[in-house]
Design a protein around this ligand. Structure first.
Ligand code: MG
Length: 124
C-alpha cells in the first residue's frame, strides 16, 4: 500500500521540492501551508509521516507537533522537523521536543529519502 506523507511548509518552492522528491520515491503526498492546516489535514488523512517546517504562519511547527503528539488519534504519526535553524535556540528546542527526527535546510535530496524510509521501515 502506498504510504502517505503530509508536507507542512509555507514556502511554495520548498513545498514543491519536497513533494516532487517524495513522489519520486513512491509516496503519496498531502500538503498544508501553515500549522493549523497541518493539524487539520493530519486529523483528516492520518498520514504515515509528517514533514513539519518549524517557521510557519498561524501556528508554528513546534506548537502543531505538540498538538498532534498530545492527541491520542494522531499521537502515533511520526513527525520530522524541517528547519533552517536560523532562529537561535531552535536546535535545542527540536531536541527537547517530541519530533521523531529532524532535517535541516537546504534539503539534502539524498539524505531526505534515507531518513524518511528509515522512519517508515521502508529501508529493508
Ligand atoms: Mg517556513
Amino acid at each position: 500500500m502506498t504510504k502517505r506523507i503530509l508536507v507542512v511548509e509555507d514556502n511554495q518552492k520548498n513545498r514543491v521540492l519536497l513533494r516532487d522528491l517524495l513522489m519520486y520515491h513512491g509516496y503519496e503526498v498531502i500538503e498544508a501551508e501553515n500549522g493549523e492546516e497541518g493539524i487539520q489535514k493530519a486529523r483528516e488523512n492520518h498520514p504515515d509521516l509528517i514533514l513539519m517546517d518549524l517557521q510557519l504562519p498561524v501556528v508554528d511547527g513546534f506548537a502543531a507537533a505538540k498538538v498532534l503528539k498530545d492527541t491520542p488519534e494522531t499521537a502515533d504519526i511520526k513527525i520530522i522537523a524541517v528547519t533552517s535553524f536560523a532562529m537561535k535556540g531552535d536546535r535545542e528546542k527540536v531536541i527537547e521536543s517530541k519530533f521523531d527526527d529532524y532535517l535541516s535546510k537546504p534539503i539534502d535530496t539524498r539524505q531526505l529519502p534515507r531518513v524518511v524510509k528509515s522512519l517508515l521501515g521502508d529501508d529493508q
